[in-house]
Design a binder for this molecule. Structure first.
Ligand SMILES: NC(=O)c1ccc[n+]([C@@H]2O[C@H](COP(=O)([O-])OP(=O)(O)OC[C@H]3O[C@@H](n4cnc5c(N)ncnc54)[C@H](O)[C@@H]3O)[C@@H](O)[C@H]2O)c1
Ligand SMILES: O=c1ccn([C@@H]2O[C@H](COP(=O)(O)OP(=O)(O)O[C@H]3O[C@H](CO)[C@H](O)[C@H](O)[C@H]3O)[C@@H](O)[C@H]2O)c(=O)[nH]1
Length: 339
């Protein structure tokens, strides 16, 4: 398939690009480099032996995007390009509505005009807000509690409303839980920016001695050890889910929605312990107040995706931690496993 990947130089897009290339798809990437760099294109090339076509381009610029469609004529689109920070979305909601919803609108217009018929969309567990049930299924009520989650849900609704009116279109919405890890070849991983506040980014900072201790937000949640529980999924498992989703879209109904998680919940302490074991050193902790809006526990039911496709999460939490340490040069890489 000819696949256009928006945001393909970002964290999840770049890993997915390697899987698509390895499975024989022809790829083109559109990315405005607002949260990535062209080095990632070289890294994809080094990892796969194929450097995909690339347009540096803002998807909000409809005319420019049309030129990309005109030149590449994709059969399918995987849409990663978006802003993804919850705190930033609270500070600047309009930027999030514009990029995440208007960006999706521009893309759908181009798909319509150029007859691209398969669509995979990056959504998020944030659409569930504080989940009303566990595990979270695709039928769990969607009630986002911040602008980031709201824009992602609105984009889902936009896609659903468009696809319902186009007989040839098939779409898949993937709601990711917490992606972690890096590509085993060693050239790709998450670039931890100053503004990255997620758990693994903070643990990395402590291990690099850029920060003295890890702030643990909350120790009195109603969970096994009192700390927040999440469903962490290896980035390569997540990347593979996209390729399976593209396949699934060929044979089934118009719009599919899948959670992508492992179905297991791990607490902050579980994650810290796993990093300590992999690294052989301690992560000092500082317990603090809960973050506003942080749910106690979120983990997915991934049963729907497993039932409809051959996809299975294959990597363990230890694989996730080791691959992060190798990517961050905190640990020597071993022989590339089947990751
Ligand atoms: N990382 C997570 O924890 C997570 C969890 C759930 C869902 N998601 C979703 O997955 C997708 C990818 O996330 P990621 O972690 O790879 O983020 P990322 O920031 O690493 O990648 C996004 C890429 O899109 C590009 N981009 C942003 N706006 C653009 C625009 N207007 N035009 C062209 N390019 C643009 C950025 O430069 C970046 O390379 C996002 O849609 C995000 O909402 C991420
Ligand atoms: O320094 C930190 C950072 C996080 N945590 C805790 O670690 C867990 C995971 O927090 P993250 O910030 O890594 O991830 P979230 O689950 O809060 O959010 C992630 O998943 C959401 C969907 O559920 C959205 O997609 C969001 O963009 C993405 O960052 C939470 O219990 C949080 O309280 C800490 O204790 N200390």
């Amino acid at each position: 398939m000819k696949v256009l990947v928006t945001g393909g130089l970002g964290y999840i897009g770049s890993h997915t690009a390697t899987v698509l290339i390895n499975q024989g798809h022809e790829l083109a990437i559109v990315d405005d480099l607002s949260n990535s760099s062209e080095d990632v294109l070289d890294a994809i090339g080094r990892t796969t032996g194929v450097k995909p076509k690339f347009w540096r381009h803002d998807i909000l610029n409809l005319e420019g995007l049309e030129r990309v469609f005109e030149a590449f004529r994709p059969d399918g689109v995987i849409h990663f390009a978006a802003y993804k920070s919850v705190p930033e979305s609270i500070r600047d909601p309009l930027a999030y509505w514009e990029n995440n919803v208007q960006g999706t609108l521009c893309l759908l217009k181009c798909m319509d005009k150029y007859h691209a018929s398969r669509f995979v969309f990056s959504s998020t567990a944030a659409v569930y807000g504080i989940p009303t049930e566990l595990p979270v299924t695709e039928l769990t009520e969607t009630k986002p509690i911040n602008p980031y989650g709201q824009t992602k849900l609105a984009a889902e609704q936009l896609i659903a409303s468009f696809i319902a009116t186009r007989s040839n279109m098939r779409g898949v919405i993937l709601r990711y839980f917490n992606p972690v890890g890096a590509h085993p070849a060693g050239f790709l991983g998450e670039v931890v920016k100053e503004q990255s506040h997620n758990l693994v980014a903070q643990i990395v900072r402590v291990l690099k001695k850029e920060q003295e201790a890890l702030s643990v937000f909350g120790k009195d949640f109603p969970t096994r050890d009192g700390t927040g529980v999440r469903d962490y999924i290896h980035i390569m498992d997540l990347a593979e889910a996209h390729v399976e989703a593209l396949e699934a879209s060929k044979k089934t109904s118009k719009l599919l929605v899948y959670n992508v998680g492992t179905g297991h919940g791990y607490s902050v302490i579980d994650i810290v312990t796993r990093f300590e074991a992999a690294m052989g050193s301690r992560v000092p902790l500082r317990f603090e107040q809960r973050r506003i809006g942080d749910p106690a526990e979120v983990y997915a039911s991934g049963e729907r995706l497993k039932a409809d496709t051959r996809w299975r999460p294959r990597r363990s939490l230890s694989d996730m931690c080791l691959s992060v340490l190798q990517w961050e040069d905190l640990k020597e890489s071993g022989p590339a496993s089947d990751l």
